[in-house]
Design a protein around this ligand. Structure first.
Ligand code: CP
Length: 320
């Protein structure tokens, strides 16, 4: 079975295929919350070992809109709390004959571990500090929509400079976005305090900044990330006030970027820390709500494509 573990496993044409396939669901979702029956009779299990609002709900809505039966397993109420290992949990899920399993887990590599043990496609909904592929895909879809609306979009993101600012060290969203945006031709600048930049990240082709004003200069997009204090151990953690002073996106600071620069945030936001409310809520510049909207369409496309093989349909366009 083919899984969706990370953007690092995808070819550029597969990323574009996923984005193109999501477009139909964007249109349909805007017309009505219409249920298609593509996945009728199939069961999708959402197994979330970490908290989530957007990802869990949008995978659930996506599965239901496609006609699947969707079951959510919350780790807090599961036998994981009684000491069951991840591998035994995977074997248990497999024995229930799910048609797709969506996993969020606090450990990098956990999703691959489960994928290796089960017979159905596995979709990574965020694993530790590794990847969050559907987030990067929905971000690319939201950006593409916004650029097309302005009539600015060419074939891909070539010529765009995108700043990702925040806790890069702990961020699977940053890693997946770096891979996805670069695959689509963008120049990516990463900006964070020195203690929150992963060692050797420059080898992935990103420009690293510690000065947010310098990173923003002339940029087309500012993608803001929160401080993941729950993953920090021993790093220097600036106070919220100090962090906001150095790395918070204020209206004034946004003025350093290109005149029409767009603002993104995967959520959850800490208003007044990494982003000011007056920036997060800017109607003409912030596409944060659009990112959430695109999340449902993107996950519909991912569930559709990954279950095509089981339905006897070609799944990955040219790749099949
Ligand atoms: N962006 C994101 O993954 O949000 P949740 O943690 O709410 O799913």
């Amino acid at each position: 079975h083919r899984d969706l573990i990370g953007i690092g496993h995808l070819e550029r044409h597969e990323i574009l295929f996923l984005l193109d396939e999501a477009e139909q669901w964007v249109t349909l979702n805007r017309q009505a919350t219409k249920h298609e029956n593509l996945l009728s009779g199939m069961t999708v299990i959402n197994a979330f070992f970490e908290n989530s609002t957007r990802t869990l709900l949008s995978f659930e809505i996506a599965g239901k809109r496609l006609g699947a039966d969707v079951v959510n397993m919350h780790a807090a109420q599961s036998s994981v709390k009684k000491g069951e290992t991840l591998i035994d949990t995977a074997i248990t899920l497999n024995a229930m004959r799910a048609d797709a399993i969506v996993i969020r887990h606090g450990s990098s590599g956990a999703t691959q571990l489960i994928a290796d043990k089960v017979d159905c496609p596995v979709l990574n909904a965020g694993d530790g500090q590794h990847e969050h592929p559907t987030q990067a895909l929905l971000d690319a879809l939201a950006l593409r929509h916004s650029l097309r609306e302005r009539g600015e979009m060419a074939e891909d993101f070539t010529g765009l400079t995108i700043v990702i600012c925040g806790d890069i060290l702990h961020s699977r969203v940053a890693r997946s976005n770096l891979l996805c945006l670069q695959a689509l031709g963008a120049t990516v600048r990463l900006c964070a305090p020195p203690a929150l930049v992963p060692m050797g990240i420059e080898a992935m082709g990103a420009e690293v900044f510690h000065d947010f004003d310098a990173a923003l200069a002339g940029a087309d997009v500012a993608m803001m990330l929160r401080l993941q204090t729950e993953r920090m151990s021993g790093q220097f953690i600036p106070s919220a006030r100090e962090y906001h002073h150095l790395y918070g996106l204020t209206k004034k600071r946004l003025g350093k970027a290109a005149k029409t620069a767009l603002v993104m945030h995967p959520g959850p936001m800490n208003r007044g820390v990494e982003i000011d409310s007056e920036v997060a809520d800017m109607i003409d510049r912030s596409i944060i709500t659009r990112q959430v909207e695109m999340g449902v369409a993107m996950r519909m496309a991912a569930l559709d494509i990954l279950t095509r093989r089981a339905r006897g349909v070609n799944g990955w366009g040219e790749a099949e």
